[in-house]
Design a binder for this molecule. Structure first.
Ligand code: BT5
Length: 320
């Protein structure tokens, strides 16, 4: 109902309570209640006794009606579950994908304004205060499980593109899942999946972008290595716009991936690479390997030339 009221308020400068009540087939008191709901959500609505209600401004909250307004995707973000606070969007997305609590369409997303237990890889924490973009996308790609590293890489390309389109800031990708600006992490990606031997059941792609966050709000131990878009620009960005642009770019690259056109995505990935050509140390869990990052192959794996000259393929690991 609040969504319908918003639609009418956007069409005209002023709309009277009586007209809204008539159009929606509800009482004027019910209209008033919905207006209060919208105000609680952060919409600024003034009222004039003679002319009615006027929408003055909308909040920069990632609420479904804002994110979906003008979103030009075919299926990514067409269904949104929105929470003002949540433990982790990936956890909810996985539950939905796993148990199929409802019929969950491909491209359904979970968004939270804040996460109390945001997840990084390998049980690490992802700090998620208000002001960031924390969302997860549910996918059912008909691809073999070996494609998963490619999903992370294509998501990274979609993220750097979206950041560039919305802020003109050029960021870099640190293999496999970090987006950096000035050597500091501005965005992380967490890809989780369930698969059988040769088919993927579902994939959840979680992305966290430090949009409008103040540096001092990060915990001290990660302050040195983190940054937000607001800090680079010196002003807040429109999170709704960035979220929409990311979803649009994501769909574009995901479609390419499904058409098995990873080579062209990889070409773009390499243009934004922070990793290639660098001497690096990779933590692979049971051991740390040192060498030069010489390539990313067609599977999305890192090719590392070790100090003894031997080249090895690393499918997953953390550059330290
Ligand atoms: C990641 O893990 O970078 C994956 C982050 C994915 C977060 C999204 S938010 C929406 C969705 N729901 C979730 O619960 N998660 C996803 P990893 O490469 O393991 O990096 C984790 C490390 O990044 C931590 O150990 C910290 O050092 C650092 N870190 C934590 N919070 C950060 C932040 N907000 N900005 C930059 N770095 C951060």
């Amino acid at each position: 109902m609040a969504k319908d009221i918003l639609k009418y308020l956007r069409e005209k400068e002023y709309v009277s309570g009586e007209v809204l009540a008539q159009k929606l087939g509800i009482s004027r008191v019910a209209v008033w209640k919905q207006i209060q709901r919208l105000k609680d959500m952060g919409y600024k609505i003034t009222s004039d006794q003679n002319m009615g209600y006027c929408l003055v401004s909308r909040p920069d909250l990632l609420i479904p009606q804002e994110v979906q307004r003008g979103l030009s995707t075919a299926y990514i973000g067409k269904k949104i579950f929105y929470f003002s606070e949540l433990a982790s969007t990936n956890i909810i997305a996985k539950e939905k994908a796993l148990h199929r609590i409802e019929v969950i369409d491909e491209g359904t997303i979970i968004i939270a304004e804040k996460q109390s237990a945001g997840k990084g890889r390998l049980g690490r924490k992802w700090f998620s205060p208000a002001g960031g973009i924390w969302l997860s996308i549910i996918l059912y790609p008909q691809l073999p499980p070996s494609y998963i590293p490619r999903v992370t890489l294509m998501t990274a390309v979609a993220a750097v593109k979206a950041i560039e389109i919305c802020t003109q800031i050029k960021s870099q990708i640190k293999w496999p899942n970090d987006i950096l600006i000035n050597e500091k992490k501005v965005c992380g990606i967490l890809t989780e999946m369930s698969a059988e031997l040769d088919i993927i059941n579902w994939v959840v792609v979680g992305i966290g972008i430090n949009a409008n966050i103040d540096h001092r709000d990060f915990p001290e131990d990660i302050q040195e290595n983190t940054i937000s878009l607001k800090e680079i620009l010196g002003k807040e960005i429109l999170r709704v716009k960035l979220a929409q642009t990311f979803l649009q770019e994501f769909e574009k690259y995901y479609e390419k991936l499904k058409r098995k056109e990873f080579s062209s995505i990889l070409k773009e990935w390499k243009l934004y690479s922070h990793t290639l050509g660098e001497k690096i140390r990779v933590d692979m869990g049971e051991r740390i390997i040192t060498g030069e990052a010489i390539d990313i192959n067609e599977e999305g794996a890192l090719i590392l030339k070790k100090e003894d000259g031997e080249s090895i393929k690393i499918i997953s690991g953390t550059i330290i």
